[in-house]
Design a protein around this ligand. Sequence first.
Ligand code: F6P
Length: 367
Amino acid sequence: MSSPIKRIGLLTGGGDCPGLNAVIRAVTKSAIHRYKLEVIGVEDGFLGLIQNRMHPLGWNDVSNILTLGGTILGTSNRANPQRYPVKVNGQDEFADVTDRVIEHVAANRLDALVCIGGDGTMSGAANLIEHGINCIGVPKTIDNDLVGCEQTFGFDTAVTTAAECLDKIHSTAKSHHRVMVVEVMGRNAGWVALHAGMATGCDIILLPEIDYDLNKICELLTYRSRTGKRFSIVCISEGAKPAGGELSVCRRDEVSPDPIRLGGIANKLAADIETRTGLETRATILGHIQRGGTPTPFDRVLATRFGFHALELLLDGAFGKLVVWNKGGIDHVDIQQVAGKQRKVPVDDPLISAARAVGTGFGDIAA
Ligand code: F6P
């Protein structure tokens, strides 16, 4: 294959996710082994492009990282070249520093960039594409909410971790005859809650896509208790909220492209359930544990296939594409078509129908 691409940059942006290193390894090894390209690792996502921090990646740098969580390149979910914090006359302001990024790409002789990230990173890549930089995207997020991609790597690992934790929560729920409310990640989309909740037989699953009614939740929990079920488990997505209520925001990070950080809805719900039903209730927030650890074999394979396909697209000159998993195979879509959009759980998703059929509540219809 003859291509003008000789030297590529590789970055990981946004929140970390199991399988990032597997993609870094796949891109780098196939670039070196099959296509004799040079690979430059950009440090800390777009921050490294803004600050000109990057280094060559060789075969040994990416050996033994397939099973490693996190990213050897580092990442940042705060660096957006179009809205970068700068000091102007001693005042904090935001500026568009895309020109600086373009200078650094040229100075490092990068013919193309592989951007591994979620919707924020893809929006950043879409901006660079508009400025003439050759980019290929690889989708990453444990939330599994990228439009055009049925499964991102990292999701299977996050669900596995959440399911293991939910299985463990069963012991205490059962021994102490309690209601246990377990909060999982999923800012805008409830895929982690839906899969982990179904996999562990949770009695109620609460998603950002279906506002909940506390009365309905309490009716179901009370009914279970009255009919001899001495414990119940509720799996709630961090982005779930009561109908007419607010999201549970635990902090704001104004520098970040998406400043809101969610967390704590489980505490509120647990207190509300206990007050309303008299059933002893506890809350557990799984948090970043879901983003850590070694990727599952499924994610390792998916990440390796994504990395290799990204490289093939680059060498074919198919710039501006995002590698995706669709209908059981690897494919690609235009980054610009999907950047900044979210793939939510449809309220009529077949998984929801199946869960309802076995008696799982979603906090929206009567027990
Ligand atoms: O988008 C991935 C995600 O893990 C969300 O599920 C969560 O809301 C957010 O990132 C947390 O971000 P941070 O690492 O900045 O707290």
